[in-house]
Design a binder for this molecule. Structure first.
Ligand SMILES: [Zn+2]
Length: 170
């Protein structure tokens, strides 16, 4: 396997996997998703960015460029919910939870001085929290509020969602 120093993988998600993309970002992995991208565009993006293509489309998995390993891809069984999908990806690729990224865009989150956060957050959030983060890609300001904690709680138990699949998957 690769050395510990290798950067964490990033992902390209197919049209059906928008929810998975958001949760991969919460788990710390950069994930691209856009509505209505064609298979060919997704494969090119994965190749160009050395990213792993995630797809629930068995047709994509049959493409030569995927079969010969030029582009790495993981087939996500259909009918899993987004938590099962995330558990599946993390366990199949043996990936730990790492520092959360922005769920909207996948950018890294950086702590910013509290005063800089003030114009961007509701007064109550500013009053009750000491640490604020800014997404380095889209500029969104975040804090560890109720929403964040609910996500963290779900992630802490994500392995419980690993799907028990019947054995007709190849
Ligand atoms: Zn962002």
């Amino acid at each position: 396997m690769s050395a510990d120093s290798s950067p964490p993988p990033s992902f390209i998600c197919d049209a059906m996997l928008g929810g998975l993309a958001r949760w991969l970002r919460a788990a710390g992995y950069d994930a691209y998703w856009q509505y209505g991208q064609h298979d060919r565009q997704l494969i090119e993006l994965a190749q160009c960015h050395h990213a792993i293509l995630l797809t629930s489309d068995s047709g994509i998995m049959q493409r030569n460029i995927i079969r010969d390993g030029t582009v790495r891809a993981l087939f996500i069984p259909q009918q899993l919910d987004r938590y099962q999908q995330l558990a599946f990806v993390l366990r199949r690729l043996n990936l730990p939870l790492i520092e959360p990224r922005c769920m909207s865009c996948g950018g890294c989150l950086k702590v910013i001085p509290r005063d800089l956060a003030r114009p961007h957050v509701p007064p109550k959030a500013w009053q009750f929290h000491d640490t604020f983060f800014r997404c380095q890609r889209c500029g969104t300001v975040l804090w560890r509020g109720t929403h964040w904690k609910r996500i963290a709680e779900r992630l802490a138990h994500i392995d419980d969602y690993f799907p028990h699949l019947t054995s007709n998957e190849d």
